[in-house]
Ligand binder design. Sequence first.
Ligand code: ADP
Ligand code: MG
Length: 551
Amino acid sequence: MATGKINVSVDNIFPLIKKFLYSDHEIFLRELISNATDATLKLKHLTTIGEAKVEYGNPIIEVKADKEGKKLHIIDQGLGMTEEEVKKYINEVAFSGAEEFLNKYEDSAKDSGIIGHFGLGFYSAFMVAHKVEIITKSYKDEPAVHWSCDGSPEFVMEPAEKETRGTEIILHIADDSTEFLEDGKINELLSKYNKFMPIPIKFGMKTETLPKPEDAKEEDPAPTKEVDNIINNPNPAWTKQPAELEAKDYQEFYRELYPMQFEEPLFNIHLNVDYPFNLTGILYFPKLTNDLNVQKDKIQLYQNQVFVTDNVEGIVPEFLTMLRGVIDSPDIPLNVSRSYLQADGAVKKISSYITRKVADKLNSLFKNNREDFEAKWNDIKIVIEYGMLSEDKFFDKADKFALYPTVDGAYFTYDELLEKIKDTQTDKDGKTIILYASDKEAQHSYIETAKAKGYEVLLLDSPIIGHLMQKLEGSKENISFARVDADHIDKLIQKEETQISKLSDEEKETLKKELEEAMTDKSFTVQLEAMDSDSSPFTITEPEFMRRMKE
Ligand code: ADP
Ligand code: MG
């Protein structure tokens, strides 16, 4: 038996660890399972390249709770540690073994998915435990080691009995952390952080129903058997190549991510890039309402299949936080402030890559199946309009496929619309006026009047369309938007033949006067027009600038 001091400069690091991460105690399990995963993947790598001459087999990681003994066990069948390695990797707190491993096997281990350097690491166990034991046996033919430490910097190391390869971590859970012994809590953490980790994780047993034997009678119950309860899917869809997946695989994965979402997503975007940064993922467009606030924080960020956060602010552009799905990138720095993230070069590249992929996907949907794209427009427009407003690069791409619906249910792109109205809807300065309504019912008579004159009237009702119109007015030449009840309509050069009014000039004068006297707001103008019999005999309009001022 040997005792020694953990090599840290402060006298007792553990109270510090506890305090430092007070709000995030639960991540200890993520850290320990990440280490167990690393240890297993390292062994896999060493057997693949012939450096470890042992059978890799089908290793799993097991989490076991011992409520009576107040202990939590995390057991792996990975490469284990020799006495020397425990001294080096555990006793020297500041030393990251994963980093050394990756340096040593730099070329061959790149794609092995070894996590390393993840967060607080092994010592986060002391956030919930007053004592921690390690029982470990290396794949190298060396005696097993038992290490234990009670939270002071002193540790004990002695030989152990363990026969099988791998590492068992035993946490003696502290009295203020007994919630971490509850099945419910453990299940919650496993499904939050470890749902898609690459090595199967077992927590307890479950009953599986087997198929009935051929000669079974109708009333015989189906046979059952007890099997390992594996809580994760080690091969989630985003880790596969798009060519391997069909539409139903994407749908199933959406269900896996959001078991409580009953609506199908509209479409998905598979992200897959390994240069100049590494990023995979699948984004889904859900049906979006017109509310900008309710649907954020649905994209989950992973690093090598370990859940990190569902707050991706700063990593994906704001307008895309309304989407759902997963992004996985080892290249996003963690444990740094959001403002640092936004300034980070790699993160900027990632963000603009995602924006570009989303724009390209939308463009191909538009090109390949316009009818379908039009049908979905109402459910996706909020993201596209928001994106056009906030990201100039996205604006440039989306300008080709963003749609402007008319009150009659036709859909134009901006260019198509302009082509259609440029000869009929210009004012005397040669400016093209784009007419729109925001409320089909309330503005009904104005809409009818404009249509009777042969004008196109758009139906623009999203909450940010006003801002988008301003942006368009600023970036396009010689156009202006006017709501259908504004006075612009009368300034348009009327090319159609004027109709004959049913009223005499005198009658018109009298009527106009009466109407004007009846109005309290003098910014409105009364127009008596020759109209179709089924439309209004007169209109009351307000200058567009007055209307915008009042808004
Ligand atoms: P990191 O994972 O970033 O290297 P940790 O503090 O989590 O830092 O772990 C330190 C080192 O301890 C690991 O790099 C590894 O060498 C060793 N280690 C921890 N857990 C295990 C395990 N279950 N099996 C084998 N080695 C382990
Ligand atoms: Mg670690």
